[in-house]
Write a protein that binds this ligand. Structure first.
Ligand SMILES: [Zn+2]
Length: 54
């Protein structure tokens, strides 16, 4: 009796593009700063809350 190898191949490779939502300001294309549950554009003052994009 030999132990079966652990099932491999089911693990998904890490995808850095899905780590965190990188959102950009629709007004000025600056990157939004994440602040608690809001995304704020420091350039023009635009902001959106998490509830808006989830
Ligand atoms: Zn902006």
């Amino acid at each position: 009796m030999k132990p079966e190898p652990p099932p491999t191949g089911q693990t998904r490779p890490p995808d850095p593009s899905e780590q965190e939502p990188m959102l950009y300001c629709p007004c000025c294309d600056a990157r939004l700063a994440e602040l608690k549950c809001k995304l704020i554009c420091r350039r023009c003052g635009y902001y959106m809350s998490c509830a808006d994009y989830y």
